[in-house]
Design a protein around this ligand. Structure first.
Ligand SMILES: CSC[C@@H](O)[C@@H](O)C(=O)COP(=O)(O)O
Ligand SMILES: [Zn+2]
Length: 214
């Protein structure tokens, strides 16, 4: 399917949904300054052909204008004539869509994901066990245990994107960049949002446990 064949109404509804979620994340302080990136797919998907709405680069996420989002293709290139630049993170989003076939991806900069990913950075993962919020990630078994992958925070974002396929675990809908922030995905924007909130809860709880034990 070509981008032009996707209904205008679907594209507008997707941007409206992202705008609403961006407002909520910004109000929580999860998108400080121009940081963070949000995307959602539109139209049909094959691993080689897909389109997604992407935040544009270097925009204050607490201020919404018509310039906050643009549409890009699977290679991260704008698929309409625009003066907007897609987020620097676009290659990471594109790689996650290609690997998972998910419908939405949210990347935020939170204090707890930054602290905890730095603390466990040398291990390469954040250990988590028996946390009630793991159910939100689809893990319902008693004493469920996961290792949330941490990737290095290279300044060159395509170098991070190259590491994404190895880092993605089918049971874990997220990755963390060391001392930077977290990415979470889901089949649609509400599911990606719930999962992001679950990750953030897990990171804050882990931080507080560590502080309590000191
Ligand atoms: C403004 S910090 C840049 C990076 O942290 C990047 O990962 C990010 O979150 C946003 O980049 P941007 O290009 O403004 O969309
Ligand atoms: Zn970032």
């Amino acid at each position: 399917m070509a981008f032009a064949q996707i209904a205008w109404e679907e594209k507008q509804a997707t941007i409206a949904e992202l705008k609403h979620i961006q407002e909520q994340f910004a109000a929580r302080g999860w998108l400080p300054g121009a940081s963070g990136s949000l995307s959602a797919r539109v139209g049909a998907y094959t691993p080689d052909t897909y389109y997604f709405a992407m935040t544009s680069s270097c925009k204050d996420k607490s201020v919404h204008t018509s310039e906050n989002f643009l549409f890009v293709d699977a290679s991260g290139e704008p698929c309409e004539t625009t003066s907007l630049m897609p987020s620097a993170d676009t290659s990471i989003h594109a790689k996650i869509y290609r690997m998972t076939g998910c419908g939405a991806i949210f990347h935020v900069h939170t204090v707890f994901s930054s602290l905890i990913s730095e603390y466990y950075g040398d291990h390469g993962f954040i250990p988590t066990q028996s946390n009630e919020l793991l159910k939100e990630l689809g893990l319902w078994e008693k004493n469920a245990k996961i290792a949330i992958p941490i990737l290095p925070n290279y300044a060159d974002i395509p170098s991070i994107a190259k590491l994404v396929p190895e880092a993605i675990h089918p049971d874990i809908p997220g990755i963390v960049l060391r001392n930077h922030g977290v990415y979470a995905w889901g089949s649609n924007p509400p599911e990606a949002k719930r999962r992001l909130e679950a990750f953030e809860f897990i990171f804050e709880l882990e931080y507080r446990w560590l502080a309590l034990l000191r």
